[in-house]
Design a protein around this ligand. Structure first.
Ligand code: FAD
Ligand code: FES
Length: 244
């Protein structure tokens, strides 16, 4: 983990409520797929955790949805302004288990952490399928970006206004070697039930302290409670115990 002051070089809307922000810093290292950063937003006590969408040495891109005070404030920032960011957080996805034809399943703002993963998997010669799920056509983002990497992309919308009608679990391909997923908890539970292979889940649970002290983000596993902010956000399918 590293605390650094990063300069905003882009902050543009990609839908009515989702923004893409690019940050740059001379000491910024390449981030892990499935890793996250924790952003201090002026006047707010708790930092806001946001997944890494894309990363190269010296730059980092995030996609965030405006849902409250912190993200609203972020959306008003302009290129040239700076942010205090904790980088290099989270265990990230383990790419070594992907097999030849991994499947990526993302729902809403669970889509962003899958992009850097898709980039690295396709660069490694894997045949990647991605199913990106949204509520409605106006919320869809990422389709072209994943296609440009060479992924086989299916978009689902719950209301049938674009792509396949339904949820990501209604569009699972026949065959895949392994899966990686991120999205809201009801979606993750459905993916847990519907998938036939092993895989990894990234939890974007609401965090408290963000550094392991409050247990506010804990998830029950076969080896006891794990804190999403410290031992996560990625957990293996085989270790998760869902509470009723
Ligand atoms: C590891 C991790 C990675 C994340 N990655 C992303 C990302 O890539 N893009 C993105 O848009 N968001 C992401 N989130 C969620 C993001 O952190 C929250 O949306 C953000 O902190 C909200 O801050 P706020 O001040 O705008 O909202 P607040 O004022 O704190 O809350 C406003 C409303 O949003 C709800 N809310 C807040 N946080 C969450 C949450 N984590 N999940 C669901 N509802 C929430 C609150 O209950 C409340 O109703 C991630 C969260 C975690 C833990
Ligand atoms: S947010 Fe406090 S322990 Fe994870």
């Amino acid at each position: 983990m590293k605390q650094q002051i990063l300069t905003i070089t882009e902050n543009t809307p990609v839908t009515a409520s989702v923004y893409r922000m690019r940050l740059e810093g001379a000491d910024l290292e390449q981030q892990k797929p499935g890793g996250f950063v924790n952003i201090r937003v002026g006047g707010l006590f708790l930092r806001r955790p946001i997944s890494v969408y894309d990363s190269e040495p010296g730059s980092l891109t995030i996609l965030y949805k405006t849902v409250g005070k912190g993200t609203e404030q972020m959306s008003s920032l302009k290129p040239g302004e700076t942010l205090d960011v904790l980088t290099g957080l989270g265990n990230g996805y383990d790419l070594s288990k992907a097999g030849e034809a991994p499947l990526l399943l993302g729902g809403g703002v669970g889509v962003p952490p899958l992009y850097l993963l898709a980039k690295q998997l396709t660069a490694a010669g894997k045949k990647v399928s991605a199913v990106l799920g949204f509520n409605t056509a106006a919320e869809v983002f990422g389709e072209e970006a994943f296609k440009a990497l060479g992924c086989q992309v299916t978009v689902t919308c719950a209301d049938g206004s674009y792509g396949t009608k339904g949820f990501v679990t209604d569009a699972l391909p026949e065959r895949y070697s392994y899966f990686y997923t991120c999205g809201p908890e009801p979606m993750l539970r459905a993916v847990f039930r519907a998938t036939k292979t092993s895989g990894q889940f990234s939890f974007e649970e609401r965090m408290g302290c963000g550094f392991g002290a409050c247990m506010g983000c804990s998830c029950r596993t076969i080896t006891g409670y794990k804190r999403i902010c410290r031992e996560g956000p990625v957990l293996e399918k085989g270790e998760i115990l869902w509470d009723a």
